[in-house]
Each structure stands twice: as structure tokens, then as C-alpha cells.
Design a protein around this ligand. Structure first.
Ligand SMILES: *[C@@H]1O[C@H](CO)[C@@H](O)[C@H](O)[C@H]1NC(C)=O
Ligand SMILES: *[C@@H]1O[C@H](CO)[C@@H](O)[C@H](O)[C@H]1NC(C)=O
Ligand SMILES: *[C@@H]1O[C@H](CO)[C@@H](O)[C@H](O)[C@H]1NC(C)=O
Ligand SMILES: *[C@@H]1O[C@H](CO)[C@@H](O)[C@H](O)[C@H]1NC(C)=O
Length: 178
């Protein structure tokens, strides 16, 4: 083979290469909410014809598998069934994963693996699942000259920003539940 042939093959090969990037190496969300694990291709190639695989610990037991132009049903880990989807624009190289109804067991490192006919690349995102926030509002009042009496009045699972200012002095207490 002469150089022009090798060189043009090399050029085609380089033109089809891509890298996988995760804008944020770590994503933190609360238990019960949903998380987006961002992942994209550079250059922003159309990923519709590629194989996309998100997996946690085991390549062969993926969280989500996109192949033959569609997301495969029941690809692997039953723990994720019905809770995962691709939310980005595949044709713009966005292969981000959405994971719903987070459990504490979902925490860990996820690998975004993208494969074309001639190339593959991967990158990983760490998902941190935090416990639910419990907010308590305490009403403080003076019992005598020296003592403060605290009475537990109100609590919420959903993250109250402020306490209702009905009483004399209200204090918010945040506790992260497991
Ligand atoms: C990356 O993570 C940091 C800290 O968790 C957050 O403040 C920031 O908004 C994130 N950036 C993107 C692009 O998601
Ligand atoms: C997520 O949780 C909500 C409320 O608990 C439930 O209605 C919904 O079906 C769940 N979705 C999935 C995909 O598990
Ligand atoms: C992909 O799309 C999602 C949803 O529109 C967006 O949140 C995310 O930032 C995008 N990520 C990349 C890498 O382009
Ligand atoms: C509170 O303390 C002050 C002095 O510090 C005293 O004069 C007053 O009698 C006390 N009142 C009560 C209700 O104990």
C-alpha cells in the first residue's frame, strides 16, 4: 500500500474517533428523587447508531443498554428495571442517563461506555444518594427567668425552607435520615 491509501484510511479512522466526557464527575441527590448522570461525546457525533452501555459494577449486567437503535428491554440488573432512561439528544452526542426513585443502594460509580464500529470510549460518574432531610420546627418559650422550654411542634419530610412564624421564637432543626 502506498502512503496515500494508508493516510486516507488513517484520516477516516481519526475522523470517526471520539472521546466521552462527563461534565461533572460526581452527582449528589436525595433518596426518592431522581438523578441525571451526564455524559456526552466530543465531538458531538450522532450516537444513534452506536452501542451505549451504562453499568455500575459489572459490564455484563448493565443498568441500561442501547443497541440496534433502541433501548433494550431487561438488559441486566433487575434493580434498575423501569427506573432508567436516556434523556439527552442522542443525535447531538448526549448520552446522559436518568435514574428515578433513588434508593441508597443506587449510590456508587457508573460507567458510561460508548462504542461505534471502530472505536470505543468510556468515562465514569459517581452518584451519591443522601438520606431524606427531616425538618423539625421547635417553638421556644421562656418557662421561668432562666429556662428555655422547647416544644416540638411541626416536622416535614420535604424540606421546609422556613418555619411558620406563629409563636415567639421558632428554630429549625435539620436531620438527615438514613
Ligand atoms: C457540578 O457539581 C457541583 C457540586 O456538586 C455543582 O455545584 C455544579 O452545579 C455541577 N455542575 C454541573 C454542570 O452539573
Ligand atoms: C417512583 O415512585 C413513585 C412514587 O413512589 C411511583 O408512583 C412510581 O411508579 C415510581 N416509578 C418507578 C419507575 O418506579
Ligand atoms: C444532556 O442533556 C441533558 C438533558 O437535556 C442535560 O441536562 C445535560 O446537561 C446534557 N449533557 C451533556 C453532556 O450534553
Ligand atoms: C427574674 O429575675 C429577676 C432578676 O434577674 C428578678 O428580679 C425577677 O423577680 C425574676 N422573675 C421571675 C418571674 O422569676
Amino acid at each position: 500500500m502506498d502512503c496515500s491509501m494508508i493516510c486516507s484510511m488513517l484520516l477516516i479512522f481519526i475522523a470517526s474517533a471520539f472521546s466521552v466526557f462527563v461534565p461533572n464527575g460526581s452527582v449528589s441527590e436525595r433518596k426518592g428523587s431522581s438523578a441525571v448522570l451526564p455524559c456526552g461525546l466530543t465531538p458531538a457525533l450522532n450516537a444513534k447508531m452506536f452501542d451505549l452501555r451504562w453499568y455500575k459494577n459489572d459490564y455484563n449486567n448493565p443498568v441500561l443498554l442501547y443497541k440496534d437503535l433502541k433501548v433494550q428491554e431487561n438488559p441486566g440488573d433487575a434493580q434498575y428495571r423501569g427506573r432508567v432512561s436516556l434523556i439527552g439528544e442522542l443525535d447531538k452526542g448526549n448520552v446522559s442517563l436518568r435514574l428515578e426513585n433513588l434508593t441508597l443502594a443506587d449510590g456508587g460509580e457508573y460507567v458510561c461506555f460508548v462504542k461505534s464500529d471502530i472505536w470505543y470510549e468510556k468515562a465514569s460518574v459517581n452518584l451519591i444518594v443522601r438520606g431524606k432531610m427531616l425538618n423539625f420546627c421547635l417553638a421556644l418559650s421562656r418557662a421561668g427567668n432562666q429556662t428555655l422550654r422547647a416544644s416540638l411542634v411541626f416536622f416535614s419530610l420535604f424540606g421546609m425552607k422556613t418555619c411558620p412564624h406563629i409563636g415567639p421564637l421558632w428554630v429549625r432543626l435539620d436531620i438527615t435520615a438514613p
